[in-house]
Design a protein around this ligand. Structure first.
Ligand SMILES: O=P(O)(O)OC[C@H]1O[C@H](O)[C@H](O)[C@@H](O)[C@@H]1O
Length: 534
């Protein structure tokens, strides 16, 4: 694994924190929880298990091999993973990189959940992954799949595999239901769990060679003890040193990498670990560098950045975790907690408990309703206003509570080639808004699918520097899905999550506008057209 500084400023920034990090490798190797200060010590004391996962996770392999064999023998070839944040981001990268199919359910969008349910239920195995065992999205997916299996005459205990921490409410429910259970190491936090049962179980079921990941990570262990030639130290010093020097927007480039989708995983790790106490590093995924003075560009396997990081996927996981833990040390934050995630969750619960109040939109422009404080007269005016509201050192976050696969439903001309298909998908994709707005501002524009991002950048939005401006997108639900045993549907939960987060943001004085698409397809087209008029 190699970490190369390609720019003088980075080398200087890294060396400016070298003294502070000098004894960190030895103290980390000794598992010293006091490294991050007295306030963080109790949490750190039960959060350093990731340092030994390349060895300890091998215990899982025999049991996992047996499960994979059984599932194959039964002809179950559709693997669905229900899990949020740390419980699904690593398997997503592992499976994309290994080119094995995995359906990730980290959404409350009824349309997207229906897609998964309608896909080969008779050949589906579902991994329900939740460390805490109490995450509402994952609990809903479990209930929905249990009912779907039963209605199809399938015994859920033949099809549901649970990954959770010992003693969680999910473990209890799984024991009662007779599900196959993999217990994870409770001394590993969610976003540091790539090489634990959370990363390995779904990936192995989907067909990835997970023991190779452990080999790749294990090769790093001796290097991570060194003060010279330690890739984790080199990366942590660059991230932390650059952030202290004002370069706290981390542009992640992976266009030329054979690892597929690592920036989404890094995004959660860095945003949740550093974005708190008004400090932190904002990861920016899928964006072009703009050359702004607060940017640090890290490129995976390419020369397109200020820092170049080369290495296998298993090595990348461990080295980024190590680097992030050190970055927390440099910034003076606890890299193992997520103090501002709970607020949005509490607000969601409150919204669900209240009788629905029909709020009046501030403005309606075609199929798009605008909620929140605005003086604009139309949609492009709203977008202009938001862009102008971004502070000099700030960012705009676009958050779409929609079906992330909907763009692929866009009609493509008959006999279309790949380029024409891509054009049709891009024109129907909410993500395109990010790129359209990015060319109209000097500041970074991020994009997240809701509620997925709530378990990732959501922490930074609320806990990090107060310089974000927020644009939510929600959409009308035409075919909702009831959550069995709960008084709400997925559509209601999804909207409550958006409203809950909007409240959490506005309570902190952050500008937050919600655009509601009364017709999803027409709404996206209208919104993208409006962005082009800005
Ligand atoms: O694995 P779970 O307990 O379901 O948690 C899933 C996610 O929930 C929260 O949002 C945390 O902030 C994340 O770090 C975590 O990965």
């Amino acid at each position: 694994m190699d970490v190369t500084y390609r720019e003088e400023g980075v080398a200087e920034a890294a060396s400016s924190v070298a003294a502070r990090l000098a004894d960190a490798p030895a103290r980390l190797a000794a598992g010293e929880a006091a490294l991050w200060g007295a306030a963080a010590e109790p949490e750190a004391a039960v959060r350093l298990g990731w340092l030994t996962l390349p060895r300890t996770s091998r215990e899982l392999l025999p049991e996992l091999d047996k499960l994979v064999e059984r599932v194959r023998a039964e002809g179950l070839d559709h693997v669905v993973l229900a899990g949020m944040g740390g419980s699904s981001l690593a398997p997503e990268v592992i499976c994309n990189t290994a080119d094995v199919p995995l359906t990730v359910l980290d959404t409350t969008d009824p349309q997207q959940v229906r897609r998964a349910l309608d896909d080969r239920l008779d050949r589906t195995v579902v991994v329900v992954a939740s460390k805490s065992g109490s995450t509402v999205e994952t609990d809903s997916h479990r209930r929905i799949y249990e009912e779907a299996f039963r209605s199809a005459g399938i015994d859920p205990s033949d099809r549901i595999v649970v990954v959770t921490d010992p003693g969680s409410p999910l473990e209890q429910a799984a024991i009662e239901a007779g599900y196959t259970i993999f217990l994870a190491d409770p001394e590993v936090g969610g976003r540091y769990s790539a090489l634990s049962a959370f990363g390995l179980v779904p990936s192995a079921l989907a067909g990835a060679e997970v023991s190779e990941l452990l080999d790749e990570a294990e090769e790093m262990l001796p290097l991570l003890r060194l003060t010279e030639g330690n890739p984790g130290l080199a990366l942590g010093a660059a991230l932390g040193g650059a952030a202290l020097a004002g370069r706290d927007k981390l542009i992640l480039e992976d266009q030329l990498s054979e690892i597929n989708g690592l920036p989404d995983w890094i995004e959660q790790l860095v945003a949740e670990s550093t974005g708190k106490d008004g400090k932190g590093i904002l990861p920016v995924v899928a964006a072009e560098p703009t050359g702004a003075r607060d940017e640090l560009v890290v490129a995976i396997e390419s020369d397109d950045g200020d820092v170049r990081v080369d290495g296998s996927l298993g090595a990348q996981f461990l080295v980024w975790e190590y680097a992030t833990a050190l970055t927390g040390l440099v910034l003076g934050v606890n890299p193992f907690d997520q103090p501002d995630v709970a607020g949005a969750k509490d607000n969601t619960a409150r919204v669900l408990e209240q009788a629905p109040v029909a709020a009046e939109p501030a403005l309606v422009d075609g199929p798009v309703e605008v909620y929140g404080e605005t003086h604009a007269k139309d949609l492009s005016g709203v977008l202009t206003e938001l862009l102008h509201a971004v502070p000099r050192d700030g960012y705009l976050a676009v958050m779409a509570y929609l079906d992330r696969l909907a763009a692929f439903d866009a009609p493509v001309p008959k006999d279309a080639d790949f380029e024409q298909m891509t054009e049709a998908w891009t024109a129907a994709d909410a993500q395109t808004l990010r790129a359209l707005l990015a060319v109209r501002t000097e500041r970074p524009v991020t994009f997240g699918w809701g509620p997925r991002f709530l378990h990732s950048t959501g922490q930074y939005h609320k806990g990090g520097p107060a310089n974000g401006v927020f644009l939510q997108i929600t959409g009308a639900v035409t075919a909702d899905v009831q959550v069995p045993g709960k008084p709400y549907t997925l559509g209601e939960l999804q909207l409550a999550q958006a409203l809950g987060d909007q409240r959490a943001l506005t309570e902190r004085g952050r500008p937050a506008i919600r655009l509601h698409l009364t017709d999803r397809v027409a709404g996206i087209a209208h919104l993208l057209a409006a962005a082009q008029e800005v």
